[in-house]
Design a protein around this ligand. Structure first.
Ligand SMILES: NC(=O)c1ccc[n+]([C@@H]2O[C@H](COP(=O)([O-])OP(=O)(O)OC[C@H]3O[C@@H](n4cnc5c(N)ncnc54)[C@H](O)[C@@H]3O)[C@@H](O)[C@H]2O)c1
Length: 352
């Protein structure tokens, strides 16, 4: 079996490559290290690609750009994969406003390039698209909330946000809008062309491998700052904003479940659910408890359209994939990110 993974150097893409390789797949990865162009050298995913190439004999890397329509068509025609996982993206909510053309070209047009090529050359191959909960724009902020000591939460006992929330008539950010275009196009190819396309609206997808930067990869970045003693800035909501965290390995496993039981153009909210939810303040407390005291400042102005409380309702995912389980709870997720940062910190000290 052969899979194509776009964004194979990134957090989710590289985890999918490793997971599929362990299961005996041939994997062709597409990544042009555009993350370094978006976020500077700290964002580079090149070392990850080098590690995949050197450690996985059945991994092949193609330094292609998903904006290159002909290249994408040629690749899919030549490779005719059994499975496509599309994770390549401009992933930052905040960054997109300063690079709207690049953001739309990568997120929307790059996705269209893959969908059309998949339809023409391997239409029966399950196709997983990593969308985002930012397609709901700031609508989650209109839900009634209660303020607790360390976090906001939904009033009235709502467990989380499900897929019935409207994506229309709200403030999305430029990133959210380009992802809406891709998200709806993926649904359309699923329904109109009867292709097995799954749309996964991620919240905070995380893990030790994230090339975290301030503008993308919240949990990995805050841990990095705590371990390396770098100052961290909290933007608004008294630091009580909540996110549910899911480990990249749980995401990769889920995609394999979709491969085995695909549906046409189905949409899923993807996160760690209530049990894996944490606020910024709570994260800081957890890190302090582990011996890493974060130096931070507070800015009253929140990020434009930033969610106050976002927790995914995993009911639909669990109903459609009853054998899929979250293997990583919050402690294991944070512990893994801390361990990696500590190792990097010591390696840096030694090389000085
Ligand atoms: N990490 C999260 O918290 C999160 C949350 C919601 C949604 N998502 C979505 O999940 C997907 C994966 O996220 P991630 O955190 O792994 O991102 P990432 O930035 O770590 O990985 C994306 C990879 O795509 C590559 N890439 C970018 N543009 C490219 C192009 N034009 N051609 C080829 N490769 C290109 C980058 O170099 C990078 O290696 C993205 O679609 C993102 O929007 C992520």
């Amino acid at each position: 079996m052969k899979a194509i993974v776009t964004g194979s150097g990134g957090l989710i893409g590289s985890e999918c490559v490793r997971t599929l390789s362990r299961e005996g797949w041939d994997v062709v990865g597409i990544d042009n290290d555009m993350r370094a162009r978006f976020f500077g050298p700290q964002g580079t995913t090149r070392p990850v690609v080098e590690e995949l190439v050197s450690s996985l004999p059945r991994y092949r890397h193609v330094e292609a750009d998903i904006r290159d329509r002909q290249k994408v068509r040629d690749m899919l025609q030549q490779e005719r994969p059994d499975f496509i996982i599309h994770t390549a993206a401009q992933p930052s909510h905040d960054k997109a406003a300063s690079i709207p053309y690049d953001d739309f070209d990568v997120n929307a047009l790059g996705t269209l390039n893959l969908l059309v090529a998949a339809r023409d050359f391997c239409r029966d191959a399950p196709f997983c698209f990593t969308s985002t909960n930012k397609v709901y724009g700031d609508r989650p902020n209109t839900l009634p909330l209660v303020e607790k000591e360390t976090r906001y939460d939904y009033a009235g006992g709502l467990d989380g946000i499900d897929e019935t929330m409207s994506i229309d008539s709200c403030l999305h950010s430029v990133f959210g809008a380009s992802k809406v275009a891709a998200d709806v196009m993926c649904q359309e190819f699923g329904r109109y062309f009867q292709m097995p396309v799954g749309v996964f609206r991620g919240g905070c997808l995380t893990g030790p491998q994230h090339a975290a930067v301030e503008l993308h990869g919240y949990l990995a970045y805050i841990v990095h700052c705590a371990v390396f003693g770098k100052p961290y800035t909290i933007y608004g909501y008294k630091g009580k904003q909540v996110r549910d965290q899911i480990h990249s390995q749980d995401v990769a496993n889920l995609f394999l479940h979709f491969f085995r039981n695909p549906r046409f153009g189905e949409v899923y909210n993807l996160g760690g659910g209530r049990a894996n939810s944490v606020s910024v303040t709570e994260t800081i407390d957890l890190l302090a408890g582990m011996g890493f005291v974060l130096t931070h400042q507070y800015v009253d102005q929140n990020r434009v359209g930033d969610h106050i409380c976002y927790i995914s309702d995993l009911g639909k995912l669990r109903a459609h994939f009853p054998d899929w389980r979250l293997e990583y709870d919050l402690g294991k997720i944070i512990g893994g990110i801390v361990d990696r940062n500590v190792r990097q910190f010591h390696a840096q000290e030694v090389s000085r």
